[in-house]
Ligand binder design. Structure first.
Ligand SMILES: Nc1ncnc2c1ncn2[C@@H]1O[C@H](COP(=O)(O)OP(=O)(O)OP(=O)(O)O)[C@@H](O)[C@H]1O
Length: 248
């Protein structure tokens, strides 16, 4: 039986029938503001609390902003960076400005996927990472969609090869039906999709596990909330178009 990596997000491991199978590369897909970043940071924080080192690759926000936002949820990673339980890969600043002085892992040229993978591999080996988040993987191929599959497959080889369980954040547009393009969707081991839908004049959050190799999982659309302490998923509730329905 494959080992499980518990997300530690309340309710989510029930939806996943125990957690994400070890070494899976999971696409976490959703439109703007659906909670992808918070979900993936909570996944890393739960790992740290469990003694599993984790890496956050920042492509969309300044590393300082990432640390600040995480601390806002009570997930202050600074101490764990010193202890070697957490590492930030700065793929945002390109080493411009002060980041050169305080960031340990910097990707200078995002057009060079080899450099990106080298920096990531070094960080994983340095701290013995068990969990990795790339936020977002879309940024790596936004200007070269034809390369998307090849980039994801290269990442998958490295990540699974080093034994880590990973979340690749995939940005899609509001109303888009897919998860980030066919090449990517078939290549990854799992797809979790986060949604924000306007129902009766109110935005409702929900998620669905579309695929997850190595396990059965809920086939339902579950509502979730974002609170001051992060995400809470409701495995006993289903979001239908007319609203939330309680399961028996
Ligand atoms: N403390 C909080 N309590 C409740 N909701 C919050 C809190 N902090 C943030 N949010 C919600 O989370 C949303 C942002 O979530 P997140 O950054 O994870 O989205 P995302 O899917 O990564 O978006 P994008 O792709 O645009 O970066 C905000 O728009 C807000 O609705």
């Amino acid at each position: 039986m494959v080992g499980r990596v518990r997300t530690g997000i309340p309710g989510m491991d029930e939806v996943l029938h125990g957690g994400i199978p070890e070494r899976n590369v999971v696409l976490l897909s959703g439109g703007p503001g659906t909670g992808k970043t918070i979900f993936s940071q909570q996944f890393l924080w739960s790992g740290i609390q469990n003694g599993e080192p984790g890496i956050y690759v920042a492509l969309e926000e300044h590393p300082l902003q990432v640390r600040g936002n995480m601390a806002g949820f009570g997930w202050d990673v600074r101490k764990y960076e010193d202890e070697g339980l957490f590492a930030m890969v700065d793929a945002f600043t390109a080493g411009v400005g002060k980041s050169r002085e305080y960031e340990r892992y910097i990707v200078h040229d995002l057009t060079d996927i080899r450099e990106f993978i080298d920096v990531l591999r070094t960080a994983i080996k340095d701290i013995g990472a068990r969990r990795v988040v790339i936020d977002s993987v879309t940024t790596l191929y936004i200007n070269k969609p034809a390369m998307a599959r090849s980039i994801v497959m290269q990442l998958k080889r490295v990540l699974a090869g080093l034994g880590v369980t990973s979340i690749l954040v995939s940005q899609i547009s509001v109303g888009e039906r897919g998860f980030g393009g066919p090449g990517v969707e078939h290549g990854v081991d799992g797809i979790i999709r986060l949604d924000l839908d306007e129902i009766d004049g109110e935005l409702k959050r929900s998620l669905i596990v579309w695929k997850m190799r190595g396990t059965s999982h809920s086939m339902r659309r579950h509502p979730f909330e974002i609170t001051d302490r992060g995400i809470v998923v409701y495995p006993d509730k289903v979001l239908k178009r007319k609203g939330v329905i309680e399961l028996e």
